[in-house]
Design a protein around this ligand. Structure first.
Ligand SMILES: C[S@@+](CC[C@H](N)C(=O)[O-])C[C@H]1O[C@@H](n2cnc3c(N)ncnc32)[C@H](O)[C@@H]1O
Length: 514
């Protein structure tokens, strides 16, 4: 972990480079590494707490080897490019212009699952195994960008792009793959998208703030600078039409950490790394989780739902629904429509989801997209009304034995036979239900959740709440051991997902007894 001397060296370098820190704050070393704390006076909203000179950030553009790094403006590609720039600066050591900054960063980031696979953190029996089937597992191993694992993407970039650059710039001290992982981890956990010139960048001092959802500060920057030279003023790269950049004032040469929520005296000052980040995302990108995170959710893709339907509802083949692609189009065309004023918005079990995903949210409520998928799948003809299904949903919730309780514990004991699986799926009876497709939909949702629990494995199906508690308590006793801390975070994630799935199953089984 960073020590006080390293922080002192960082601050002295910052002062030489023209940084300005409000005297009401200090940078300190605490239990979560470096943090920023208010001194003995409260700080009001709109105060500028830190000014960071634009030319002091480490980005692909400001790197001495920028010409050698293939440009990659967004997403994981941008992170990999910046990791390459950072790794070369780390090799340069004291010769790097950013040395006092780089020496102040944590030497290891064991909380990030990137370091859990292989070595002491072997996947079998290690913390990574506890992530099996969870949302974090999906981010790590089924990356949305090209369905490959994060590890493969990093390894491929290292071999194909980084090694040739190292051979040219530092042939005597080529960083190892593990060294490259470290640089990637620094970028993943600390970089900011600052403006259209630097793009993603390492921003000293701005990255000393820890994360909270109710943050006190955020980074302000004039994003719209010349992407070619970074100029805030009109420059030779401007064409005649694009001369709308505002004339600069002195402050524009800085990025600023600005107070957006009053800060009490003597308390930690937090930034946010993203208002909607779930614990799975925080863990993978930053190596920590929050005790309570309202953004936690479980997501299914359309393809996963389609695969599930083929297994559990073989009688509904895609041909009867006009083909898989036209069904996909139907569903994806309806989800973004306005659902706020529909009857569904009054449901206790379904929520109108702004992300338009097929998901279960932190209240164990299913998204309107997931509900709609099953309604469209189950209805007997394309003319059957969705409004009718919404009314049936509300009716059934109303007539559930004791109302709907989404926090109810699952009625099934752990040794209860599983809910209908692919082989013995509950068939629709010949007499139609007065609640239309909703009872069948409830059965399917329960089966979908059960299938997800099975993917989580032992922690999903066999572990009781008490056992989770005991495991977490045991690991908390050993919190100084990074491996115990990692396992504790992984188990917490699995426990949260199991609890959401259990609550969802209990609620939908509850309405089946109406
Ligand atoms: C941008 S840095 C923040 C400064 C950092 N504490 C340091 O020592 O340099 C992000 C890292 O800080 C830690 N961190 C940030 N917010 C945290 C939180 N709420 N709880 C635990 N660790 C946190 C994590 O290790 C994360 O990867």
């Amino acid at each position: 972990m960073t020590d006080n001397n390293e922080v002192a060296r960082l601050l002295s370098w910052c002062s030489e480079r023209g940084f300005w820190l409000d005297p009401r704050i200090r940078v300190d070393v605490g239990p979560s590494g470096v943090s920023v704390i208010s001194r003995n006076s409260a700080i009001p909203v709109d105060s500028i707490l830190v000014r960071i000179p634009r030319q002091s950030v480490l980005s692909v553009k400001s790197s001495p080897i920028s010409e050698l790094i293939p440009p990659n403006p967004y997403g994981r590609g941008a992170q990999l490019s910046l990791a390459l720039a950072v790794s070369v600066e780390l090799v340069c050591g004291v010769a790097s212009s950013w040395f006092p900054y780089l020496q102040s960063l944590p030497r290891e980031i064991p909380g990030m699952p990137l370091f859990w696979v292989g070595g002491a953190h072997a996947i079998h029996g290690g913390p990574a195994e506890c992530l099996n089937g969870t949302e974090a597992w999906k981010i790590l191993f089924e990356s949305a960008e090209n369905r490959t694992s994060l590890f493969n993407e990093i390894d491929t970039y290292y071999r194909q792009v980084a090694i040739p650059v190292y051979s040219e710039t530092c042939p005597q001290t080529i960083p190892s793959l593990r060294d490259f992982y470290y640089s990637y981890a620094l970028v993943s956990s600390r970089s900011f998208l600052v403006d259209s010139y630097h793009g993603l960048a390492m921003v000293p001092i701005a990255d000393a703030f820890n994360h909270a959802q109710d943050n006190h500060v955020h980074l302000e920057s004039d994003f719209d600078v010349c992407p070619e030279c970074g100029s805030l003023q009109q420059c030779t790269h401007d064409d005649n039409e694009a001369q709308e950049r505002p004339s600069p004032v002195a402050a524009d040469d800085y990025y600023e950490m600005v107070c957006i929520r009053p800060i009490p005296k003597n308390s930690e000052i937090f930034n946010t790394y993203g208002e909607t980040l779930s614990n799975a995302e925080l863990l993978v990108q930053y190596g920590f989780i929050l005790d309570v995170n309202d953004n936690d959710r479980l997501v299914w893709t359309f393809d996963q739902l389609a695969e599930f339907s083929e297994d559990y509802l073989p009688e509904r083949n895609w041909k009867t629904l006009g083909g898989l692609e036209s069904f996909r189009e139907l569903v994806s065309g309806l989800i973004p429509q306005s659902w706020d004023d529909t009857a569904l918005s009054q449901s206790e079990l379904v929520h109108i989801d702004r992300t338009h995903e097929f998901c279960l949210n932190g209240d164990a409520s299913v998204s309107h997209g997931l509900w709609l998928y099953f309604v469209l799948l189950l209805r007997n003809s394309p003319t059957e009304s969705i409004d009718e299904a919404m009314n049936c949903q509300l009716e059934l919730e109303l007539h559930a034995p004791s109302g709907v309780d989404v926090d109810a514990q699952p009625p099934l004991p752990d040794d209860h036979p599983p809910v209908p699986g692919p082989q013995h799926h509950h068939q629709q009876t010949s007499s139609p239900s007065p609640y239309g497709v909703i009872p069948e939909l409830a059965h399917l949702l329960v089966a979908l959740c059960r299938a997800r629990l099975v993917r989580i494995g032992r922690l999903g199906v066999e572990t009781t709440t008490e056992e989770f508690g005991e495991m977490l308590d045991r690991l908390a006793d050993d919190d100084d051991d990074p491996s115990s801390r990692s396992t504790r975070m992984a188990i917490s994630l699995a426990m949260t997902e199991k609890s959401l799935l259990d609550s969802c199953m209990a609620a939908w089984e509850g309405i089946l007894h109406a």
